[in-house]
Ligand binder design. Structure first.
Ligand code: 2P0
Length: 328
């Protein structure tokens, strides 16, 4: 059995749209923070048909009338202790296929997230990258971090950035995934406004925006400038400019949802209130900036030195996850 740990990442320049879905070429280059306190732990081992039969029978006994959900399972996938149905398992099986020689090499994967799953808290980035790391060990491939990142993007684009930290970039033109250097010690506070699963997955959301948003071409053009500038501001250790651009880039990404057909939004009322709250704090001298992904939750970008103080302020009003970045 192998056991691995992988970290979630949150983008400060967003990946939103695919130029070529088959080759996994993103429409936009992206930059993210890899977070020390938002992670997935994954165990993986080889199993046989009998193991699958026993596990499925146990599940059916526990929960009658669910036989159909577990038909044709070829691997076992447990998420936070619960056996996942064949549809969810198949998604992970396809990722394992990138490593195994044939489907007779069956595996049991047990994964635990220390954060809510699929609420736009980037559990897919840590989850997928953890499966890739586990496969690398179980199938004894010895791939480098760069090679693993390149494989991981086929599981989920954002997961590829979790192989580098504290800051990672994914370049749309060269395809490279690499560490970005800065002397800034960045950190994040996730404000958990809603723990429910998101209504529109990132994959479907970005596809709809790329196909129908009247703002999409402009988003792609501006994002190219944002990517260059963000790298410059990080190299210059200019936190104010990094923060300001983080907010601007996030709002531009979300503008593509408002201008899609049909239009949609990942935000709720609390998201808007929270953005205002953060702006007010800033007007009062606090160094903090917001960003949002494919869900209503707000992530606060700050400096590590202000983490404790800001956690105190946000903790009074919100359920929070506080995280430094991790050096990989
Ligand atoms: C990001 N997101 O850069 C952006 C911002 C969400 C909003 O990458 O289709 O789950 O598997 O490549 O990686 C989430 O997208 O999508 C994401 P696929 P993924 O973090």
């Amino acid at each position: 059995m192998v056991k691995v740990k992988s970290y979630a990442n949150i983008a400060i320049v967003k990946y939103w749209g695919k130029k070529d879905a088959e080759k996994m070429i993103p429409a936009t280059s992206s930059i993210s923070l890899t977070l020390n306190d938002m992670f997935t732990e994954t165990e993986m081992e080889f199993i046989n048909d009998e193991d699958i039969k026993i596990a499925v029978e146990k599940e059916i006994k526990k929960n009658r009338n669910c036989e159909d959900k577990f038909l044709g399972m070829t691997d076992l996938f447990y998420l936070n202790g619960e056996l996942q149905d064949s549809v969810h398992t198949e998604k992970i099986s396809k990722v394992v296929d990138l490593f195994r020689e044939n489907r007779n090499q069956k595996v049991k994967i047990s994964t635990t997230n220390n954060m809510p799953t699929a609420a736009g808290l980037s559990s897919s980035s840590s989850g997928l990258s953890a499966v890739i790391k586990a496969c690398n060990e179980l199938f004894e491939k010895n791939y480098t971090q760069s090679e693993l990142a390149q494989i991981s993007k086929f599981g989920s684009g954002s997961s590829s950035r979790s192989f580098f930290g504290p800051i990672a970039a994914w370049d749309k033109d060269t395809g490279e995934i690499y560490e970005v250097k800065t002397n800034l010690k960045l950190a994040m506070i996730v404000l958990v406004l809603n723990e429910n699963k998101k209504k529109i997955s990132s994959r479907n959301g970005m596809e709809l925006c790329a196909k129908t948003s009247t703002y999409f071409d402009e988003w792609v053009k501006q994002s190219e400038i944002d990517f260059i500038n963000m790298k410059k501001y990080l190299a210059e250790n200019d936190f104010e400019k990094v923060g300001t651009l983080t907010e601007e880039n996030a709002l531009r990404m979300h503008k593509t949802t408002e201008t899609a057909n049909p239009p949609f939004s990942y935000f709720n009322e609390k998201t808007y209130e929270t953005m205002d709250f953060i702006k007010n704090l800033r007007n009062n001298g606090e160094k903090c900036y917001f960003t949002m992904d494919a869900g209503p939750n707000v992530k606060v970008l700050c400096l590590e030195e202000d983490l404790e103080k800001l956690a105190g302020i946000f903790g009074e009003k919100y359920k929070i996850i506080v995280s430094k970045t991790v050096k990989l």
